[in-house]
Each structure stands twice: as C-alpha cells, then as structure tokens.
Design a protein around this ligand. Sequence first.
Ligand code: PHE
Length: 446
Amino acid sequence: MAEREQWATRLGFILAAVGSAVGLGNIWRFSYVAGENGGAAFLLIYILCILLIGLPVILAEFSIGRRGQSDVVGSFTKIAPGKPWALGGIFGVVSAFTILSFYGVIAGWVVYFLYAYVTGIAQGVEGGTYDEFFFGAIGGAVGPVFWQFLFMAIVIFIVFFGVKKGIELSNRIFMPLLAVLIIILAGFALTLDGAGEGLRFMFSPDWSAFGEPGVYAAAIGQAFFTLSLGMGAMITYASYLPKDTKLPSAAGTVVTLDTLFAIVAGIMIFPAVFTFANIDPTDGAGLIFITLPEVFNLMGGAGTFFAIVFFFLVAIAALSSAISLLEVSVAYAMRQFSWNRKKATIVAGVIVTLFGVPSALSYGGPLSDFLIFGMPFLDAVDALTDRYLLALGGMISALFVGWGWNKVDALRETGLTDTTIGAIWIWFIRIVAPLGILWILILNIF
Ligand code: PHE
C-alpha cells in the first residue's frame, strides 16, 4: 500500500483546517440562520456553543485523527478495536456526504453570481429587485444544476490529485484576502441607513428568543457546521499529521478565526438587510444573494469590482471546505474497499453530485412545490443533517475521547498531560459537551 499522505508543515495543516472551517457556513449559512432565529439571541447562544462545545470537541477530533492515522471509521476502530464506536464514524461519512450534496448547490449559486458580475448581467438589474433576479437565476431546471456540476467538477479534480497539493498555498493567499474584503464591505455596510437597526438586530438580544428550543438547535447545528465538526472532516485532516504537532493551539486558531469571519460577515450583511424594503431577515437561504447585490449596486462603479472579488473569494473558500467534505468519503472508501485515490474520488464525487440535484431544483425550480416539513428540499436536508446528525456525531467524538479512550492516552495525544487545561478539557468532553448536546436535542424533540 502507498505511504499515507502528510501535510508538509504544521502551518499547512492549520491552513487546511481553517480552509475547511471557513466557507459558506460563515457567510451564507451564518447570516441566514441568524436571521431566521432572532439575531442577537442566536449569536449569544452560538458563541456559547462554540466555546463550551465546539472548542473541546475540535480538540477531541484532532486527537482521534492524529492518533488513528486513518479515515473517520478507521480511526475509531484502530484506537478501540472491536467496540461499537466505529458506528459514529459511519454516521460521519453519511453526514459529510449529505452536506456536500447541497453545499455544491449553494457554491454553484456563488459561481453563477461571479459569472453574472463578470459578464455584466447582474449590474443590469434595477436596484431593489435583486430578489427577483436571484429567484430567476437559480429557479430554472438547467441553470442551478449546471453551476453545481461545474463547481463539483473542480472539487473532484482537486481531490483526485490529493488534497495537500494546492490547498495549502491557496488558503495562504486567498483566506487573508477574503478577510480584508469582508472587513471593507462591513465598513461600507455601516454607512447604510439600516446600519443601526442591523447592529441592534445582531447584538441586542430579544430575550423572549431564549425560551425557544429551536434557537438552541439552530445554534448548535451552526457551531458544528461552521467548525466542520461531527462528521469526520477534522478527524480525516488530522490523520495526515505527523506525531509532533501541537494540537491545542491549532484548535484555538481554527475556532478563533472561524468565529471572527462569521461575526464580520454578519456586520456586512445585517445593515443591508434593514436598508432595503425587499429584504427580510427571515428570507432564508437566499439572503446573501439578495442583500449583497443590492449593496454592490449602491456602490456604483466600484460595486462591480467588489462583487467580482467577493464572489471569487467566497467560491475559493467554499472550494476548500467542499474538498474536506469529499475527502471524508474518499479516505473512507480508499481504506474500506482498498481503492486508489483516483477511483475513490470519481465514484464518491459523481454519486454525491447526483445526490445534490434535488436540492438544486428545489429553489424556484421544478421541485419548488415539493416541501418537507414546509421547507424546500435543500433547506430540509440542511436542517436535518446539521441540527441533528452533526450534533450527534460531535457527541460521539466527545464521549469516545472522554470515556471510550483511556484518559492518559488522550491527554498524551494532545500534549496536555498534567496541565490545568488538560484537566478542564477532559471534564468538558466527558460531561459538559455531551450533556449540553443531549439537553439541546431533548429540548427539541419534546
Ligand atoms: N465548515 C464549512 C463551512 O463553514 C462547511 C463544512 C462542514 C466543511 C462540514 C466540512 C465539513 O462552510
């Protein structure tokens, strides 16, 4: 068997992990879920979920992967042979696969918007009508599938040759550029008429929202989604690490950068939401595709430049996340069926792309009347996987490291033996994170 691939440097791993974490989740999904769940109350609960659950769980997943040196299922089996924990890994493969199916659709919309700005189509739209433009653009039977396929073809192409080539470099260049760009756009958003209202929506909580169980489920789902947790992406990436990398600081870096991206993206989007009459915070999955074009339109000539750079960088950010999602299934198939990387990538990539077609057709397209629990197919798949499957997957990772694995080994793997942080971490993954997740899940079921 070929030698297992490894990241070239520790920075390479951190960049890849940040590249996985920062993506559509921070910009597209954060704003739409925060908008639907009351803004500030959601943000507060989301940050608590990140700190109390996300941070300990990401460190748990890093240590499982590095110790296991295998895909998400293989890592569990290697560390605890013959135990049922590997079921958690299978769960992970299913979740990663399902997420990628609709992730490719949204990323396809991003690529379409890039195209529409490059060719001038989007600039021809009259201000205040970008909602119609959005539904027109992604509503047909052919368009959204075409853009989804195009995006997925690029993902498959890169994974085909191996994840470590290319993404380290691209993340090092494009990620900082995206950060600078959204800071500039957030600055511009603060000059809009709706800025005060947007900031209040984001930062001044409506206390009644804390009584809504759905807000907690949305927050924990978003925390797991945005940190790429609960489905093995971080386990798989950490499995390409050499033994001597410091995991806790890598975990802290990923969590901090990812959270900052989301908050700045919120400051960029919510002032715009309250500036235009045709937009409502609860508009759902189309939110950024309607708000930002309205903002670019207001910027006049500079708007075209910002729009092109923005949609390009978001497409790159989505690409590095989608690569990590596909890598979960590919690493699994390579080990489980002894396939080589090329075969595993083509099979998994093609199936997951086809699986995304119903999502692509569910926004204004032929499947738009096919609702599940009142939601378009895409939103339903998104909500089901992210609210429930990821939280469960994250709970299994925490329980595994906390209880299934021996504590001495787990601490040694993270380099936290005999430290206060280590003691706190063990306590969090044993008790706080699993109970927190369980409590939120139970709250939602009853
Ligand atoms: N974290 C990515 C984002 O925010 C999405 C993702 C989820 C990537 C799960 C990998 C695994 O866009």
